[in-house]
Ligand binder design. Structure first.
Ligand SMILES: Cc1cc2nc3c(=O)[nH]c(=O)nc-3n(C[C@H](O)[C@H](O)[C@H](O)COP(=O)(O)O)c2cc1C
Length: 138
């Protein structure tokens, strides 16, 4: 696993506060890509992201057959942007799921909070436009 640094964490939180939504990319086992907006997203620690599955369809199917995912987050002021990739685990019970369930129900009781997607970050790439674009950072 890899750890986000302070700048990456700050941009993740700024993205969450200002845009409220993250693009979540997955792929079927046959390589059909899929991207969907997700707002119930939390950076649990510097190498772990949680996403609540409320209404996932293709996303969940993809994770079941190919448990990897990608996201990006950016700072519109500085244009700094990071793309992350990682392994995904689907949890429908246990302590982490219970914590997530309570958190979501407090915010929006009508959300079903069907499962918790735990993303362990494995790679971070530059998404910032310019010379460094696409470079692997960690
Ligand atoms: C702004 C926004 C935020 C959303 N946040 C979530 C979320 O956190 N969890 C979720 O399961 N669905 C969320 N959705 C709904 C999914 O994006 C939607 O169900 C989508 O169809 C899922 O993609 P899929 O069908 O390819 O799996 C959100 C939708 C929007 C527009």
């Amino acid at each position: 696993m890899v750890c986000l640094n302070e700048e990456m964490i700050a941009i993740f939180e700024k993205n969450k506060k200002e845009f409220r939504v993250f693009p979540m990319a997955t792929s079927s086992k046959d390589g059909i890509p899929n991207v969907a907006p997700m707002a119930s997203v939390w950076l649990e620690d510097n190498e772990t992201i949680w996403v609540c599955d409320n209404y996932m369809a293709k996303t969940l199917q993809n994770l079941n057959e190919n448990p990897v995912m990608s996201m990006y987050f950016w700072n519109p002021d500085t244009k700094r942007c990071f793309q992350i990739k990682g392994d995904a685990e689907i949890k429908t019970n246990g302590t982490d799921y219970d914590v997530m369930y309570r958190r979501v129900k407090e915010i929006k009781p009508s959300h079903p909070a069907k499962s918790l997607i735990v993303m362990k970050i494995t790679e971070v790439f530059e998404c910032t436009p310019g010379k460094v674009a696409g470079e692997k950072i960690i």
